[in-house]
Design a binder for this molecule. Sequence first.
Ligand code: FAD
Length: 287
Amino acid sequence: MKITKILEKNENGVSFEFFPPKTESSKKSLALTVKTLMKYKPLYASMTCGAGGGATRENTKIAVEMLRNEKSLLVMPHITCIDAKTEEIRELLGEYKKEGLENIMALRGDSSRESPKSDSLGACLSYARDLVRLIKDERDFCIGVAVYPEGHIETSTLEEDVQYTKEKIDAGADFAVTQMFFDNAYYYKYLDRMKKHGVEIPILPGILPLTNIDKVKELASVCRTTIPRDIEEKLISLSKRPEEMKKVGIDFTIKQCKDLMKNGFKKIHFFTLNQPETMKAILEAIS
Ligand code: FAD
């Protein structure tokens, strides 16, 4: 089923993002995470994809297969285009279609090296917009894209961010998931901004549990996400007491989710980091 249909049919619910495991033990941990979280009847689950070329796309495919062992779980793979050639993406889309998948999260990704230039295998796709166009032209998938309440890190103004995001949506995106944010005001303002620009697709809030301040600070600095000063200071003060830090962080995330729900945003996407216990604590508190 297409995710847009599911979002239409459900007034509330959660969705989960996982990342592909690389080792035998992380495979077991993902399987356990999925089993644990099935109890919360996710609307769908998505599997990230690295931007490191064929091997990472293969890891995503394998992990998607793993998730599909849960028969009632709707699974959506991410595809990144920055380090891929058009023909490779076409092939992958064909494979996903053959497997009966109906949803794709279309992303540019981030390249640590120079992207390949066009060659005999076909031109490269520079932006998520180009990937969305390719998917729309080739196959009937429901397409999700990433959006940035605080503006994408490479944009110099929010207007520029809106302009390029709109291009990506107009190219055929059906729904969007936000970058993590820790201050809901950014999300509410973002929705207003997009509405003013005529964007009507669903934009799900993407929530990252704030359990480890060092890791989140590192991530936030490359994602242009603001961490409210009071919670940052509180968590840093607990650096030597990680269990306590985790508890305070989980409480913060629970409050953040409750605020979203109170304001009418009852469908929430979680970046699970494949961590069942943290997610369980949050979901128990908000269900
Ligand atoms: P784009 O929409 O292409 O935007 C990238 C930048 O280019 C932006 O600054 C944009 O403003 C600018 N831009 C767009 N169009 C133009 C244009 N025509 N001319 C000039 N500039 C333009 N990364 C992964 O590697 N794997 C994942 O699985 C993954 N999953 C994600 C899931 C979510 C929900 C989110 C929010 C992010 C995810 N990312 C993932 C991170 C994402 O790949 C990065 O944020 C990346 O830097 C941008 O990807 P994008 O698809 O938003 O790119």
